[in-house]
Design a protein around this ligand. Structure first.
Ligand code: NIG
Ligand code: FE
Length: 400
């Protein structure tokens, strides 16, 4: 397959991952460009003037007026859920706070009730539907967490639904304490680590924990993460969303892949992350949706941290599947350049998912995951706020 005559092709430069500092803004832009795919891989990219003779059986796509960027990678979603939280959203719009609703048994626990009721088939339908929404916004690789089942069957069904929809499953076994444990987080962890972890570890690639007041404390998070690490899972944390509770030092000590949220992170946390291999996953749609402070994106990049962007797509704190919108928020709220935003939701997000060797760039040997933007300049990705930008999505060399 040949995509010819593209207004621009834009890709993070180089081959390494994760990108930090100046390298995060090095985007290679080719004008009047082509992409040649062979099966599910990219064979060549270049300028039309350098395109050599091709074999006869090449399918051609007209790229005039379009810009190509790598397929977007959403490295943090909660796509496996039943029901919705539109009622709670309306209450929040009237002034109720997210943490108050959670403490009153609403919030995450109301989605736990709806997710348990959905059953395995209902969850499969939901994840596929959500995957379709994400793909329509240019996401070609998505991670999705369990964490709305919190019983053995529903957690495992969530992970299978994500895996079978082509997503990267993360076991968020420590998201909240389910009602049957009556607020006893330690007793719940006893159950989760003995009854669920052994099977979850066969399906999931990573484990995640919500380390926050009202959820799990750092002693409990450590216990959960150490057991998950020993079972072979990569580690991720929801940390510093509302308050700093030690998520960053714990993540660094345990060699976690990422700490995600960071809306409450102060200067010491920024410095610690910058000096570490832990990726800072920023979720500005969640901060916006909850009317909370934005994470210190500019400070993290300037300090040299490896930064990724994701939607946090979920029914409660970020009912948003659009990475282009997240790129707009990154530019307008976090003060990242469009180039930094692009790298953060391609190469660096792929690195969080341990896939940066094959995903996140438009270059020979990478998987043919390509988004064609209906725009004269690739930076419309961040510029066109909420725009209808995505003209075509190609996943593994197939038009979707
Ligand atoms: O990343 N903070 C914890 N978990 C999710 C929200 C889950 C929910 O509200 O349903 C988050 O924001
Ligand atoms: Fe989240």
């Amino acid at each position: 397959m040949l995509i010819r005559g593209l207004s621009q092709l834009a890709t993070p430069a180089g081959r390494g991952a994760p990108l930090r500092g100046k390298a995060l803004s090095e985007v290679e832009v080719l004008e009047d460009a082509y992409i040649l795919c062979d099966g599910d891989s990219i064979a060549a990219v270049g300028r039309m003037s350098d395109l050599g003779p091709l074999p006869g059986d090449v399918r051609e796509i007209d790229g005039r007026g379009l810009c190509a960027i790598p397929g977007l990678v959403d490295c943090h979603t909660h796509a496996a859920f039943g029901g919705d939280r539109v009622e709670e959203f309306s209450l929040r719009a009237g002034g109720a706070s997210y943490e108050e609703l959670h403490a009153r048994g609403g919030g995450i626990l109301s989605t736990v009730r709806a997710t348990r009721a959905a059953g395995e088939d209902g969850l499969r339908v939901a994840v596929e539907r959500h995957r379709g929404w994400m793909r329509a916004h240019g996401t070609t690789t998505f991670e999705a967490k369990s964490g709305y089942g919190l019983d053995r069957d529903t957690e495992l069904a969530s992970l299978r639904a994500v895996r079978d929809a082509g997503g990267v499953p993360t076991w968020l076994g420590a998201h909240a304490v389910p009602p049957e444990f009556d607020g006893d987080a330690d007793a719940y962890l006893d159950f989760a680590l003995t009854e669920v972890l052994p099977d979850a570890a066969r399906i999931a690639e990573a484990a995640d924990v919500f380390l926050e007041r009202g959820a799990f404390d750092s002693t409990q998070a450590r216990r959960y993460l150490e057991a998950c690490r020993d079972a072979g899972l990569a580690l991720r944390l929801h940390g510093d969303q509302f308050t700093e509770q030690g998520a960053i030092p714990l993540a660094i000590e345990l060699g976690a892949r990422s700490v995600d949220h960071l809306e409450a992170t102060g200067d010491a946390g920024v410095r610690a992350l910058a000096a570490s291999d832990v990726v800072s996953v920023l979720l500005p749609a969640s901060a916006l949706f909850l009317g909370r402070p934005m994470p210190p994106g500019r400070a993290l990049v300037d300090a040299g941290a490896a930064v990724a962007l994701a939607t946090d797509f979920n029914p409660g704190s970020a009912f948003c599947e659009s990475l282009p919108l997240v790129c707009s928020l990154a530019a307008t709220q976090l003060k990242l350049s469009p180039a930094e935003a692009l790298a953060a939701c391609t190469v660096n997000a792929a690195h969080v998912l341990n896939r940066a060797e094959r995903i996140g760039r438009l270059a020979p040997g990478y998987r043919a995951d390509i988004v064609l933007l209906d725009a004269p300049d690739w930076r419309y990705l961040a510029y066109h706020l909420g725009g209808d930008l995505v003209a075509q999505v190609i996943v593994g060399g197939e038009l979707r």
